[in-house]
Design a protein around this ligand. Structure first.
Ligand SMILES: C[S@@+](CC[C@H](N)C(=O)[O-])C[C@H]1O[C@@H](n2cnc3c(N)ncnc32)[C@H](O)[C@@H]1O
Length: 224
């Protein structure tokens, strides 16, 4: 059974084999089910904060006869997980700010985690800035799914030697090094967005206009 969208398939592709994967915000339960079915994760813990997706995750896991290998827990972020229980973490389909909040509140549970695969729908720069305090970003992908291009980020414990620029925080150092067509699409879209805003801002906001013009220049330089 093909459970996964291109977005979630990409997230799983970036995950190395693990003993126990936690999927926070499991919703339908497809990611954790596929991870255990494929043997990528020996066991799993799905966490949901809402009753309806909690029930949906439970249903998917039962349909695939995986209830002995995957626990489903109701709660906020990493709080239903015990210290030392997991060695891998996926959080997909939420804003970068929400993912950052879950990581900040789950420091104890993260101590045993050797790989995090995160897919922020928005605010990737905020998430990267948080990650770089504790982790090295070891893999990044852009994936087209429906009308959107999503960022997927893999982080592992460590300390990045060279600080990220603002553009790298936004789009990813690895993504920028790869110079893909998807990155070009994202940048063209964002440049058009900022140029439109620049058109709308009156000449009495000189400082803001200067900031936006400088940002547009930086975006154009990514492909220079
Ligand atoms: C948009 S869905 C994404 C589902 C799935 N991860 C995916 O990428 O397709 C977000 C899910 O996260 C759950 N969620 C949001 N905040 C959460 C939190 N703090 N802890 C656990 N689950 C959360 C929501 O109930 C919802 O089911």
């Amino acid at each position: 059974m093909e459970l996964l969208s291109p977005r979630l398939k990409t997230a799983l592709t970036m995950l190395a084999k693990c003993n126990c994967l936690a999927d926070i915000g499991s919703d339908h339960g497809y990611l954790i089910t596929s991870a255990v079915l494929s043997g990528l994760a020996k066991r799993g813990i799905a966490v949901e904060i809402n009753e309806l997706p909690y029930a949906q995750t439970t249903k998917t896991i039962n349909q695939n006869q995986l209830s002995s290998l995957i626990d489903v827990r109701l709660g906020d972020g990493l709080s239903p997980i015990h210290k030392g229980e997991i060695d891998a973490l996926c959080i997909a389909g939420m804003g970068g700010g929400t993912i950052t909040g879950i990581l900040e509140r789950g420091v104890d549970q993260l101590a045993s985690v050797t790989q995090l695969v995160l897919q922020p729908n928005v605010d990737a720069a905020q998430l990267r800035a948080h990650l770089l305090k504790y982790y090295v970003i070891t893999d990044e992908r852009l994936v087209a799914d429906g009308d959107f291009i999503y960022q997927v980020i893999k982080a592992q414990p460590g300390q990045e030697a060279c600080p990220y620029t603002k553009v790298e925080l936004e789009y990813g150092r690895i993504n920028i090094a790869q110079q893909s067509d998807l990155l070009k699409n994202v940048l063209c879209r964002d440049i058009a967005h900022w140029e439109k805003i620049l058109d709308q801002i009156g000449s009495n906001h000189a400082e803001r206009r200067k900031e936006i013009s400088a940002w547009i220049t930086q975006l154009k330089e990514v492909f220079a």
